[in-house]
Design a protein around this ligand. Structure first.
Ligand SMILES: [Zn+2]
Length: 172
């Protein structure tokens, strides 16, 4: 049996195992397990923790789920908005949590967050590179690089996300 298979969500090398996956961030079980293991590192060690929102936003933006699931639609809009703020508006990654909370509150129940047609591919990096890295001191830069490449892969939606964020910011 192959050790790795391709995740149908993000295209990552993912462990070839059975198991549970997230409800709407659809992925292969191995990809989800690798994400959960990286989360464990980020929750237990400050060297890893600093990169947390790069990891969450990048992973979420590579697993878009299905078109008629409102949770998936909200998720992709919120996490792309966070990447927009970080890479286009110089938001510090440590402030991404409060941004996402306020942004999602603002659009709650509004129907303004729509399904976003994803790109054909999501960039060169995936959860695999982060999961496979055993040097804590490289984790932050690797996560940032991954998040940036995912954001670039969504180029065709940059203007749209920028407009949503400006709508939010102008009404604060
Ligand atoms: Zn995946």
């Amino acid at each position: 049996m192959e050790e790795y298979i391709k995740c149908f969500g993000c295209g990552s090398n993912s462990l070839n195992i059975e198991g549970e996956t997230h409800d709407y961030l659809l992925s292969s079980p191995g990809c989800w397990i690798m994400f959960c293991e990286v989360m464990d590192r980020e929750y237990s060690d400050f060297t890893y923790a600093k990169a947390h929102h790069f990891t969450v936003d990048a992973y979420t933006s590579q697993h878009v789920g299905i078109k008629d699931d409102k949770r998936a639609i909200n998720s992709i809009n919120i996490h792309l908005a966070s990447l927009y703020m970080i890479f286009e508006r110089d938001l510090h990654v440590a402030d991404a949590a409060s941004f996402k909370m306020n942004f999602s509150q603002y659009f709650k129940g509004s129907e303004l967050l729509k399904w976003l047609e994803p790109p054909a591919t999501f960039g060169e990096l995936t959860i695999y590179e982060l999961w496979d890295n055993n040097k804590p001191e490289l984790h932050y830069n690797l996560a940032e690089k991954w998040a940036k490449s995912v954001w670039e892969s969504w180029k065709h939606q940059h203007d749209h996300i920028g407009k949503l964020v400006n709508d939010f910011l102008n009404n604060q």
